[in-house]
Ligand binder design. Sequence first.
Ligand code: NDP
Ligand code: GUE
Length: 298
Amino acid sequence: MTTQSSSIIIDGKLVAKKIRDEIASEVARIKGSTGIVPGLAVILVGSRKDSQTYVRNKKKACEEVGIESFEATLPEDCTEEDIIKHISDFNSNPSVHGILVQLPLPQHINEEKILNAVTIEKDVDGFHPLNIGRLAMQGRDPLFVPCTPKGCMELLHRYNIEIKGKRAVVIGRSNIVGMPAALLLQRANATISIVHSKTKNPEEIIRQADILISAAGVPNLVRGSWLKPGAVVIDVGINAVDDSESPRGYKLVGDVCFGEASSVASAITPVPGGVGPMTIAMLLSNTLSSVKRIHDLK
Ligand SMILES: NC(=O)C1=CN([C@@H]2O[C@H](COP(=O)(O)OP(=O)(O)OC[C@H]3O[C@@H](n4cnc5c(N)ncnc54)[C@H](OP(=O)(O)O)[C@@H]3O)[C@@H](O)[C@H]2O)C=CC1
Ligand SMILES: Nc1nc(=O)c2c([nH]1)NC[C@@H]1CN(c3ccc(C(=O)N[C@@H](CCC(=O)O)C(=O)O)cc3)C=[N+]21
C-alpha cells in the first residue's frame, strides 16, 4: 500500500513579512536614538518591464520599513561612464548606505566593470568580486551575502531544516543565485553538488538531494519522480508561462513541477510566494546591517 503524503508549504511571503516588520522596528529605533535614516539607492538602466517592476517593488518595500530610497534611471543607450558617475555619487553620499545596480544591464555595458565600481561597504547585493571571493574562502567573511541565496538559507533556518551533513544539490551556477547558493550551503556544512546545462543525467544527481535549490529558469524542469522522498525543495525559478485563464495572459511558475513534487518532498516553496519575497526582505536586511556598520551602531 502506498500512502500519499503532502509536504509543508514554506511560506516565503509570510516569513518575509515578519522580517520586514522586524526591520521596520529596528529602523524606527535607530532613527529615534540617532536621527540616522538608512538609505538604499537603486540604479536602473533601460526600460525592461520586469526590471521596472522589481525596482518599483523594492522602492515600496523600502518606504514601508522607513528606509529612504534613492533612484537613478538611465536610458538604454547610456555609456559605462554615465553609470559609473552615478555609482560614484552614491558611493560618496553619506545618506546612502546601500547601492544596487539592477541586472541585467544592456548588452553594450560591461557588467564586471560596473559592479566593481560599487564600494564594497555599500554592496548590499553582495555582487562585488571581493564579497563573492570572501564568500568562497575559508576563514573569511563577506560584508554582504547576495539576497536571493541568503533568502533561501533564511527559509531553511526559519523552518528548522538541518543543513549540516546533508546532501544538497543546486541547479544553476549563475553569479547571482546558483553559485553563491552552493557556497552558502557548503559554509553551512552541507555536501554540495551543482547541476548545470551541461550536466549529464541530472536526475541521478538530483535524486541524491536531501535539500534541492533550483535556480535554472526552466519551467517544469524538475519532475516529482526526480526527488528523493522527503527532500526539501527551494524553488528559485520565476518563469512566465502562457495562461489564458489569467487576466495578464500568463502566470508565474518555478522550475519544479509543484503538484508532483509536493507529494514527494517534505517541504517545498511555492512560486510565487516563496523565495521572491525573501529576496526583497534580505535586501532591506543588508541595508540595515550596512547602516549599522557604517555608523558603528549596535
Ligand atoms: N526568486 C528570486 O528572487 C529570483 C529568481 N530568479 C530566477 O531564478 C532563475 C535563475 O536565475 P539566474 O541565476 O539569474 O539565471 P541564469 O540564466 O543566469 O542561470 C541559469 C543557470 O541554470 C542553468 N541551467 C539552464 N538550463 C538548465 C537545465 N535544463 N538543466 C540544468 N541547468 C540548467 C544554467 O547553466 P549554464 O551555466 O550551463 O548555462 C545556468 O547556470 C530564473 O528563473 C530567474 O527568474 C533570479 C533571481 C532572483
Ligand atoms: N541587482 C539585482 N539584484 C537582484 O536581486 C535582482 C536583479 N538585479 N535582477 C532581477 C532579479 C530578480 N529578482 C526578484 C526579486 C523579487 C521577486 C519577487 O518578489 N517575486 C514575487 C512575485 C512576483 C510577481 O508576482 O510579479 C514572488 O515570487 O512571489 C522576484 C525576483 C531580483 N533580482
